[in-house]
Ligand binder design. Structure first.
Ligand code: URP
Ligand code: ZN
Ligand code: ZN
Length: 471
């Protein structure tokens, strides 16, 4: 006895077809036309698109940052993900300086234990290789891999907290190359930015707007080039996270054309929000949009969309790092450097990308699946489990209603923030039903915005080392 999804259009990254999908247990058992209904519970998907569940490879749940902790824990964050059609997230375990990666992993597994509601994995953010030549830390990377963590994050920004130097970055890249692991990079020149920040504060430029002005597109472009060049020297595959502007994109494309194994994502916010509209320098409310890299001038959006179409950008993620406006963003009133950096978006990624991407004619529905589901699974070494509708894979299935109209609002969202970055926006296209490993966990048509599964049902996903798909 299985669940048969009938009469829907199955959308893959390469084509869309009228096919039925049979779920048995946690897996997809069959995909084909006119499957036999006998003995199965039938779900009528007439008028709906049947897609792989979304995969968001860049989230920060329950993360200590900026003097506070991100507002969504593994329960609220993964429930919000599911309600928005995302069935897998890759979060970041942060190694603290003076501590080991093993300790960081244990801390993050504890945060997620009995709390995650959809499947999740972890990148390991490396900040310290230990004493001497770093061999202890490099050995630990092998242990991380054995634990199913095949991507390592390096921060070129946030001096004194997470930032590493080029030497450490290069050592990690060499080791990653040897292990077939992927290096994920936050690419901004943190040292140069810190000087500009100090100058601005000294000049009394303390409003949220100056957060954006202090972190220029050029500082991101410089670091993007440096990271890819070092990875290329080390023979490693590299994935630039949250690429936000045309100058950084130019560096990425230049290095890709030279044959570097370089991939990158952008995030929802950089495609639809801008310095002009959200951060014109007029009010404290703009603290809602203080995240890093910051919002850019509108003219940077079109090149990002084009790069998604052409393939130099491979993924759209959220960098979901939520802080409440009332009490958490408030920490930086009068000094933008104290505003916790990050914004909420895990719930809205698919709605925004569909509405402004597919409905607007910028991307096809197949490209939407590629960017939000299939490429994230492939690049991050879980393509054999997730990211495609095919027999044998996890039955993480999203029934998408392209006609559904939805108004985004903090009042109705599952995310634990007291604001939405897209407040009042009306979008067309929304998750109708969401299956996670075969279980119906969201039914937005019958019970909108409600997570129906048990808290803690989400499982840790072990990922293989495939050098971002280059191997
Ligand atoms: O502002 C952001 N993006 N906060 C989360 C940490 C990071 O840099 O991704
Ligand atoms: Zn970052
Ligand atoms: Zn991030």
């Amino acid at each position: 006895m299985g669940t048969l999804i009938q009469n829907g259009t199955v959308v893959g990254s390469d084509r869309s077809q009228l096919l039925d999908v049979l779920i048995e247990g946690e897996k997809i058992a069959k995909v084909g036309p006119g499957l036999d209904t006998a003995g199965h519970t039938v779900v009528d998907a007439t008028g709906l698109l049947v897609m792989p569940g979304g995969i968001d490879v860049h989230t920060h749940l329950d993360m200590p940052f900026g003097g506070t902790t991100s507002a969504d824990d593994y329960t609220t964050g993964t429930q919000a993900a599911a309600v928005g059609g995302t069935t897998t997230v890759i979060d970041f375990a942060l190694q603290s300086q003076g501590h080991t990666m093993k300790e960081a992993l244990a801390t993050w597994l504890k945060k997620s234990d009995n709390k995650a509601c959809v499947d999740f994995s972890l990148h390991m953010a490396v900040t310290d290789l230990g004493p001497g030549d770093g061999s202890q830390g490099l050995r630990e990377m092998e242990e991380m891999l054995a634990a199913g963590i095949s991507s390592f994050k390096l921060f070129m920004a946030y001096p004194g907290v997470l930032m590493i130097d080029d030497g450490l970055m290069f050592k990690v890249m060499q080791k990653a190359a040897a292990l077939n692991a992927l290096c994920c990079i936050h690419a901004e020149n943190g040292s140069a930015i810190d000087i500009v920040v100090a100058q601005m504060i000294a000049e009394g430029k303390t409003a949220p707007h100056y957060h954006a002005l202090s972190r220029s597109p050029k500082a991101e472009a410089e670091a993007t080039h440096r990271a890819i060049a070092l990875a290329d020297m080390a023979g490693a595959a590299v994935y630039i996270v949250h690429l936000s502007n045309e100058y950084a994109l130019d560096e990425l494309k230049f290095m890709q054309a030279r044959g570097a194994k370089a991939l990158a994502e952008t995030c929802t916010q950089y495609l639809v929000l801008s310095l002009e509209d959200q951060m014109p320098g007029k009010s404290w409310e703009e603290a809602k949009f203080v995240f890093t890299p910051p919002l850019r001038e509108k003219r940077h959006q079109a090149p990002l969309w084009k790069a998604l179409v052409e393939g130099s950008l491979s993924v759209v993620s959220t960098d979901h790092c939520p802080f409440r406006f009332a009490d958490q963003k408030e920490l930086g009133r009068g000094n933008f450097t104290k505003i916790p950096n990050g914004g909420p978006g895990i719930e809205n990624r698919l709605q925004i990308l569909w509405h402004f991407g597919v409905n607007a004619g910028r991307i096809t529905q197949e490209k939407f699946v590629e960017l939000c589901c299939t490429a994230p699974a492939r690049i991050f070494g879980m393509g054999k489990q997730k990211g495609t509708i095919a027999p044998g894979l996890d039955a993480d299935i999203l029934l998408w209603d392209p006609k559904a109209e939805y108004t985004i609002s903090a009042a109705t969202q599952c995310m634990a923030t007291d604001y939405s970055m897209f407040e009042g926006w009306k979008v067309q296209g929304n998750a109708a039903k969401v299956f996670s490993r075969g279980e119906l966990v969201v039914d937005n048509t019958a019970q909108p915005g409600k997570f129906l599964g048990a808290t803690g049902r989400g499982r840790f996903v072990r990922r293989e080392a495939n050098a971002g798909g280059f191997a």
